[in-house]
Design a protein around this ligand. Structure first.
Ligand code: FES
Ligand SMILES: [Fe+2]
Length: 386
């Protein structure tokens, strides 16, 4: 059973292929190089995009049971995430309310309470301040006002998403992700298993890393010996769900559907789908497994790429293990091909060789992604609230 959206994507692909055309916008787009190397631009991106919007930080299975916790330090704020006794996920600034020490330092584990190492103030899984040594020194302390600062957190599509700054607003995650929900719910990523998880520091603007996933024009040159052969050359269909984008890259096998009645069409075996969830999350759906990645700026010209490879079930045989490892090895090579190019671009960014980069009419994801970022920085795009 495929969705109406998928039927549409398949139709477009088959039409373009028959006509020798591809999905294009009306015009090219000129993108100032300053958007990649101006420190003020980066500051604004870090302060707005990476503070006010949901970022994927883990898979649900990383917090398996009540009392599981993890800490996360790759965004600007230190974050502590817990699963409380009701099974709910909670996120907090990992900052003690006494004098600011990190309440928990371990990357993950199980705990009933968190005792700050500095003076031993103790917080529970809901962030409440439970106790402190020698409270007489603090007079009439209202403990209820000194709980850990809570951050918006969502456990959705099998992933844990955090908005990494303190806010009074209630975020409407369903509204925010509405155009992607049908597809992402259909993947059952919560039922998947994390086969591998990795994180890379790369010497390139986060924007350059991001753009590697927003068009397929580069596949048959940058990935000539790897990804190119599986896909139709530059035949992506981009669906703009501003600010998110569904980028469908057809495999050569799509041709099999031409003679089949629509009722028998299937989607997943014939596409790799790059779902961009603003500002920096990707759910990259392969025919039988999924990569979830997030790209985070770490400074001027540097970024962190975090990725998890999700497979439908833990491998039961050596053959299955080998199969998934082969996929993993290949994707590491393919991603690296993009990053090496991105790091090369980074080296030339400050030369003034280009005042602008040029986005082709079929590099639609670049247009859509840049427009969404511009809108957010202008204040015209904010996360939905209730
Ligand atoms: S800073 Fe945490 S107990 Fe003092
Ligand atoms: Fe690529």
């Amino acid at each position: 059973m495929i969705s109406e959206e998928e039927r549409q994507i398949i139709k477009e692909t088959l039409d373009h292929k028959a006509n020798g055309t591809t999905h294009m916008l009306d015009d090219v787009m000129y993108n100032p190089v300053a958007k990649y190397n101006d420190p003020n631009q980066l500051r604004a991106e870090m302060d707005i995009l990476f503070k006010n919007f949901p970022i994927i930080i883990a898979h649900s299975s990383d917090l398996l049971e009540a009392g599981s916790f993890l800490t996360y330090d790759d965004l600007q704020a230190p974050i502590l995430v817990t699963r409380n006794n009701d099974g709910q996920v909670k996120a907090f600034l990992n900052v003690c309310r006494h004098r600011g020490a990190r309440v928990e330092d371990k990357p993950c584990g199980k705990a009933r309470t968190f005792s700050c190492p500095y003076h031993n103030w103790t917080f529970d899984l809901n962030g409440n301040l439970r106790g402190l040594p020698q409270p007489f020194g603090f007079g009439d302390l209202d403990k209820s006002k000194l709980g850990l600062i809570e951050l918006p957190v969502f456990e959705e599509f099998g992933m844990i998403w955090v908005v990494p700054s303190k806010t009074e607003q209630t975020i409407d995650f369903d509204a925010w992700t509405a155009p992607m929900r049908e597809q992402l719910n259909g993947l059952d990523l919560g039922g998947h298993v994390v086969f591998k998880k990795w994180s890379l520091d790369r010497n390139m603007s986060w924007r350059l890393a991001l753009e590697g996933f927003q068009e397929s024009y580069h596949f048959c040159s940058a990935h000539r010996d790897t990804a190119c052969s599986s896909y139709l050359d530059n035949q992506s269909v981009h669906m703009n769900f501003h600010p998110h984008v569904r980028h469908a890259v057809p495999l050569s096998s799509i041709e099999e559907l031409r003679e089949k009645p629509e009722a028998e069409w299937d989607y997943r075996p014939h596409y790799m789908t790059q779902n961009y969830l603003f500002p920096a999350n990707f759910v990259q759906v392969m025919t039988d497994h999924v990569y979830v990645h997030t790209i985070i700026p770490t400074g001027q010209g540097t970024c962190k790429f975090q990725c998890m490879m999700l497979i439908p079930e833990a491998p039961k045989t050596e053959k299955a293990e080998r199969y998934w490892n082969k996929n993993y090895d290949l994707i590491r090579i393919v991603f690296d091909e993009d990053f090496v190019i991105g790091e090369g671009i980074q080296k030339g960014l400050n030369t003034n060789a280009n005042q602008e980069f040029l986005f082709g009419m079929y590099e639609c994801g670049l247009h859509f992604g840049q427009t969404a970022i511009d809108d957010a920085l202008k204040g015209d795009l904010t996360v939905d609230t209730v």
